[in-house]
Design a protein around this ligand. Structure first.
Ligand code: JCF
Length: 700
C-alpha cells in the first residue's frame, strides 16, 4: 500500500470535507467489520483510510471533536470478547469422502479394539450441521458460561448472546449433573437467513454470504440485543467437562440432552454395520434440500463411551468418530486475473482472482492455481470461464477452463520470469541429480526483495518460532513499510528507538499505552529462546521445526552449530557432520552450509545475537526431572493432546518413543492403556498417570 504523502496540503475547507467523507467511510467499514462480521475492504485499505484521517487531524487540530473516530476506542477484533479456556478441549472431526473410507473407518475401529468378526459394534449416525460449535457450561443446572470453539483450546465468551437463543435452556430440567458442559452447533435456518438478508438489503447493509456466516456474525455481536433479533437455533451432540455422565453410550447421552431440555437432531440413529451407515448417509443426502438448514455431511460415532475411551485420539481428532462429507461442490465463473504472491523463500505462487461465485453456499473470489506447470498443463488463460471446486474448508481449486467459452484472443498465460515485487530474475532450480526443473519458480533477489524480507520477519516472530505475541503479520507489514523493522535485530531495538522517537507507538492507530507496553514486554520475553526455536526462526531452507530440533540437539549451542555450519562447504568434513545427523541429509546439509556461507546472513546474525541469547538445549534439559529419559505415552490423555504432551516432554529434554522397550525409563498411561502398559509392567518400568506426569513436570 502506498504511504499517504503528508506533504499534500489541502486548504482548511478541503480538509474538513475530506475528513468528514473519510469519517463516514471508516464508520461504515467499522460497522461492517465489528457489527456484521463481513468486512468489505482489505485491512491494508482500511489502515490507509485511518492514517489519512489522522494526518488530517494532525495538520488541522480543529477537526478533532468528541465525535472524531480517533477519540473513540477502537475495538480490536480479538479483544471483542473475553477468552475462555476450555476445561476439556473441543475436538474436531477427521473427514472422509467415499464409501470405501466408511468401510475403512469401521474396519480400523474394529482392528484397534481387537473385535472379532461376529462381535457387534454400534455406531451412531447424524447429520453434520454447518453452523458454529459452542460449549455451554451449566453449574447446579444453571447456564453460567457459553463459549465458541475458537482454536479448540480457547474460545470466546459469548454468554450474554447465547442467553438470547430461545432453544438454549437457562436452567436444565430433570436432574442434571452438578457440573455439565453441553456442546453443539448454533445455526441459522434457510428461511431466517433469507429474511435477514432481505432486511439487510432493505437497509442497504451488506449481505451475509451464507447461513453459517450469518450465524457466526449474529453470535459474535457486541450487543446482545442484536443477537436477540437474529433467530438462531441449536442442536446438542457432545459434552465437555462433566461431574458425572448421565449415560454410557452416545445415544444415551443424546437422549439425556433431550431430557435436560436441548433440541437434538431427529435424524440421529444407531447403526450396526458400515452398510447401515451408508444407507443412512444416502437417506440424509436425499433429505438435504428439504431440511431447512445447511448440513455438510454425516457424523459417525462409536456408540459405547467405554470404547470411545479406549479408542482415544489421533492428534486432535477422535479415533472413535469421523465426518463423512458430501462431495465437493463446483461452479463456473470467469478468471479475471492471475496474481503472483512471493513467499519467504522467494517462491512465486499464482493465485486466481475470480468473479465472485457461490460454491456450495460460500462466496469464492480467489482460488489456488498451484504453480506454473499446472497452469500450462490445464492451459488456463486470463478471461477464461473456469470450473471452481470447493471441498470442506480447503482453499478452492480451479479444475480447468471451459474451452467453448474462451474469449477470442485469449493468450496462453505467460508466467512472469521476474519477481513482481522486487524485479529480480525468478528462476526454477535444476535438480543436480535428476536434471529436472523444480516446479517452483523463485525470486533470486533474496537480499533485496521486500516480499521475502517481510515473510521472513513474519516467520521469525511466528507462533512456533520466537512466538512474539502482538507482532503478527499485520504489525510486521506496517513496521516494515515504515522502516521501523527491516531485519530481525530491529525487533529488539524497537523499544529503545521508540523511547527516543517523537512519533511514539502508543500514540499510533491501533495502539495505546497498554498494547505498546504489551508488545515491548512480549519482545523482551523472547530474548532467550530455546535453541531449536531460534534455529527454526532463521528460516533456513529445508529446516522446519523437526530439522531445527535435530540440529539444536546435535550441536547443543548456537556457537557450536555456527562454527561447523560456516565450514560446511561441499565435500568438507563439516558438511558430512551435518549430513550424518540422524534424520538429516545432503539437501539439508547443503541448505545449512549455503545459509551460513552468505555474508549478509552473518551480518544479520551478529546483530541479532547482540540482543538474543538462544538457550542451549542442555540447560533447558538438565534442569528438568525427565531430562535424558525415554518416555512413552499410552492410553488417552485428557488434559492435553498427544502432540502437546510430546512437545512438552521434548522441551523438557525427554525422548518420546512410540513403543515400550528395555530402554524406556517412564510410561505415562491414561485410560484405555493396553499392551504397552502390560509390557511396561512386565519389564518393571515405572508407570505413572497423566496427573502424576503433570505434577512431575511442574504443569499441575
Ligand atoms: O454437526 C456437527 N457440526 C457436529 C460436529 C456434530 C458432532 O456430533 C460433532 C461435531 C464436532 C465434534 N462431534 C464432535 C465430537
Amino acid at each position: 500500500m502506498k504511504k499517504q504523502a503528508p506533504t499534500t496540503h489541502p486548504s482548511a475547507a478541503q480538509a474538513r470535507r475530506e475528513h468528514e467523507r473519510l469519517g463516514a467511510e471508516i464508520a461504515a467499514h467499522d460497522q461492517r467489520y465489528y457489527g456484521e462480521d463481513a468486512p468489505s475492504v482489505s485491512d491494508a485499505e482500511y489502515d490507509s483510510l485511518r492514517r489519512r484521517y489522522e494526518e488530517l487531524e494532525a495538520a488541522f487540530p480543529e477537526l478533532v471533536t468528541s465525535e472524531s473516530l480517533t477519540r473513540k476506542v477502537g475495538v480490536a477484533p480479538s479483544e471483542k470478547f473475553a477468552k475462555v479456556r476450555h476445561k476439556a478441549p473441543m475436538l474436531s472431526l477427521g473427514n472422509i469422502f467415499s464409501d470405501d473410507e466408511v468401510l475403512e473407518f469401521v474396519a480400523r475401529v474394529r482392528r484397534f479394539l481387537g473385535l472379532a468378526e461376529e462381535a457387534p459394534l454400534a455406531i451412531t449416525a447424524e447429520p453434520k450441521i454447518d453452523g458454529l460449535s459452542c460449549s455451554l457450561r451449566y453449574e447446579g443446572g444453571a447456564l453460567v458460561q457459553a463459549a465458541t470453539r475458537g482454536d479448540g483450546f480457547e474460545g470466546e465468551d459469548v454468554t450474554a448472546n447465547v442467553r438470547t437463543i430461545d432453544e438454549i435452556p437457562h436452567a436444565l430440567r430433570d436432574d442434571p449433573p452438578e457440573i455439565f458442559e453441553v456442546r453443539g452447533e448454533v445455526y441459522m435456518a434457510h428461511a431466517d437467513f433469507a429474511a435477514l438478508n432481505a432486511r439487510q438489503a432493505a437497509a442497504s447493509k451488506p449481505l451475509f454470504a451464507n447461513p453459517r456466516n450469518a450465524a457466526a456474525g449474529s453470535l459474535r455481536q457486541l450487543d446482545p440485543a442484536i443477537t436477540a433479533q437474529r433467530p438462531l437455533h441449536f442442536f446438542a451432540y457432545a459434552w465437555g467437562e462433566a461431574s458425572a455422565l448421565p449415560a454410557d453410550t452416545q445415544m444415551g447421552m443424546v437422549s439425556a440432552f433431550k431430557r435436560f431440555g436441548f433440541p437434538v437432531n431427529p435424524l440421529t440413529i444407531l447403526c450396526h454395520s458400515a452398510e447401515d451407515l451408508l444407507s443412512h448417509y444416502r437417506r440424509i443426502e436425499a433429505l438435504r434440500a428439504t431440511l431447512g438448514y445447511d448440513i455438510d455431511g454425516v457424523v459417525y460415532k462409536v456408540d459405547s463411551l467405554a470404547l470411545q475411551q479406549r479408542l482415544g485420539f489421533v492428534s486432535r481428532s477422535p479415533r472413535w468418530a469421523t465426518a463423512h462429507k458430501f462431495p465437493a461442490e463446483k461452479a463456473t465463473t470467469v478468471l479475471r486475473d492471475i496474481e503472483i504472491q512471493v513467499g519467504r523463500t522467494g517462491a512465486l505462487t499464482p493465485v486466481a482472482r475470480l468473479d465472485p461465485v457461490t460454491v456450495g453456499g460460500v462466496v469464492v473470489a480467489n482460488a489456488t492455481l498451484h504453480n506454473e506447470d499446472e497452469i500450462a498443463r490445464k492451459d488456463i488463460r486470463i478471461g477464461d470461464t473456469v470450473t471452481v471446486q470447493r471441498a470442506g474448508d480447503v482453499i478452492p481449486q480451479i479444475l480447468g477452463p471451459i474451452l467453448e467459452k474462451r474469449p477470442n484472443g485469449a493468450q496462453p498465460y505467460a508466467f512472469p520470469q521476474t519477481c513482481p515485487v522486487c524485479g529480480s530474475a525468478a528462476l526454477r532450480e535444476i535438480d543436480a541429480k535428476t536434471g529436472t526443473a523444480d516446479v517452483v519458480r523463485r525470486c533470486t533477489g533474496r537480499l533485496v526483495c521486500p516480499a521475502q524480507a517481510i515473510e521472513g520477519l513474519k516467520h521469525f516472530a511466528s507462533r512456533n518460532a520466537l512466538d512474539i505475541e502482538g507482532l503478527g503479520d499485520k504489525q510486521i507489514e506496517l513496521f516494515f513499510r515504515e522502516g521501523l523493522i527491516r531485519t530481525p535485530a530491529d525487533i529488539f531495538t524497537l523499544e529503545a528507538r521508540d523511547r527516543a522517537s517523537l512519533k511514539k507507538l502508543k500514540d499510533r492507530e491501533g495502539y495505546g499505552e497498554t498494547s505498546a507496553r504489551n508488545l515491548f514486554s512480549a519482545i523482551d520475553a523472547s530474548r532467550k529462546p530455546p535453541l531449536n526455536r531460534f534455529v527454526f526462526a532463521l528460516g533456513i531452507r529445508h529446516v522446519g521445526e523437526t530439522n531445527a530440533r535435530r540440529l539444536a540437539r546435535h550441536f547443543g549451542s548456537f556457537e557450536a552449530l555456527r562454527a561447523v555450519a560456516r565450514e560446511a562447504l561441499e565435500g568438507s568434513e563439516a558438511r558430512a557432520e551435518i549430513n550424518n545427523i540422524e534424520g538429516l541429509g545432503e539437501v539439508v546439509a547443503e541448505a545449512v552450509g549455503d545459509f551460513f556461507a552468505e555474508p549478509h546472513n552473518e551480518t544479520v546474525l551478529d546483530a541479532l545475537l547482540e540482543h538474543v541469547t538462544p538457550q542451549p538445549m542442555e540447560e533447558i534439559a538438565s534442569s528438568s526431572p525427565v531430562a535424558g529419559k525415554t518416555v512413552v505415552f499410552t492410553g488417552s490423555l485428557e488434559r492435553m493432546t498427544r502432540d502437546e504432551a510430546k512437545a512438552t516432554a521434548e522441551r523438557l529434554g525427554a525422548k518420546v518413543a512410540a513403543s515400550v522397550s528395555k530402554k524406556t525409563d517412564l510410561v505415562i498411561a491414561g485410560p484405555g492403556a493396553g499392551s504397552k502398559l502390560a509390557k511396561a509392567v512386565e519389564l518393571g518400568i515405572e508407570t505413572i498417570s497423566e496427573e502424576d506426569w503433570l505434577k512431575l513436570t511442574g504443569q499441575a
